[in-house]
Design a protein around this ligand. Structure first.
Ligand SMILES: [Fe+2]
Ligand SMILES: [Fe+2]
Length: 285
């Protein structure tokens, strides 16, 4: 399938920025430090979650026979490994420009290694299902509201996040389907979901606050005033996020129930563009 022209134009624009050596602005989202740093904090905490998912899904594949689900598992693993690779480059770049990304990446890794130590395979799949629900509803908000579109958002970051969000939406059902196929039940699913949500909310918020503190923006009124509507406003990312997070606790919930609007009909997936995206993050030193 051909890419819609809007995406090809974006690809060319992003490539031109790289060619001209234009640095990614520190406040790359609509001159808002809060929103730019919120996305950056997601990048710092996400690749270890993706590697955790790949390890759990890989192990669970041996216990599943259904060909369509096995194929979906393979796609999920392939996509998560590509995301993690891109986010490693993104995080290295963050570290080089003064964000303590590695510290929070390492913290997430320790937390997930602990989960691996205490949870059974089914418990780990339930954790994966919750993480996938997080990423899916975050992606839904990003694509439905079209917040990454417009001239005041760096084109490279638009492509990075649009690509990741589209693939998250595409594979959003795989982990929960595998969990159920292995006999996973409701109570275990929601118990793990509560634990996972609690730890992830804490680590993500701590990372965001640390980034703001590091750049001496945490206690600046304009930081919060300019970014607040994008987070808690009527179409704010967190506000919409919370309304969909609770759906997960419904018995029998399935991610396909969540309707995706994808306002700008973005289609960047299945083009194996991670190599291009990794190159958006040059080595500073
Ligand atoms: Fe991902
Ligand atoms: Fe995912």
């Amino acid at each position: 399938m051909n890419e819609p022209i809007i995406n090809e134009r974006e690809r060319e624009h992003a490539a031109q920025l790289v060619k001209d050596g234009v640095p990614i602005p520190e406040w790359w989202f609509r001159k808002s430090a809060l929103l730019s740093f919120l996305f950056n904090a997601s990048s710092a905490t996400v690749p270890e979650g993706e590697r955790f998912i790949v390890r759990a899904v890989d192990e669970a594949r041996a216990r599943i026979e259904e060909p369509t689900l096995l194929k979906a598992a393979e796609t999920l693993m392939h996509e998560e490994l590509a995301h993690a690779r891109m986010h490693d480059a993104y995080n290295r770049y963050l570290e080089e420009i003064g964000f303590p990304a590695h510290r929070y990446n390492a913290e997430t890794e320790s937390l997930l290694r602990f989960f691996e130590h205490v949870f059974s395979l089914k418990g780990r799949l339930a954790t994966c299902a919750m993480i996938e629900h997080f990423t899916a509803i975050f992606s839904k908000q990003v694509l439905d509201t079209g917040i990454l579109e417009g001239e005041d958002v760096d084109e490279r970051m638009d492509r990075v996040w649009s690509w990741h969000c589209l693939e998250e939406l595409e594979h959003r059902s795989t982990a929960i389907d595998m969990y159920r196929r292995m006999g996973g039940g409701y109570l275990a699913r929601i118990s793990v979901a509560l634990i996972t949500s609690f730890f992830f909310a804490i680590s993500h918020t701590r990372c965001l606050l640390a980034f703001l503190r590091e750049k001496k923006l945490l206690w600046k009124w304009h930081t919060w005033r300019a970014g607040w509507p994008y987070i808690f406003g009527k179409r704010g990312v967190y506000r919409l996020f919370l309304t969909h997070w609770v759906l997960y606790f419904k018995p029998g919930f399935h991610p396909r129930e969540v309707v995706i609007e994808n306002r700008f009909h973005k289609q960047l997936h299945h083009y194996h563009i991670e190599e291009e995206l990794v190159n958006y993050f040059p080595k500073v030193r």
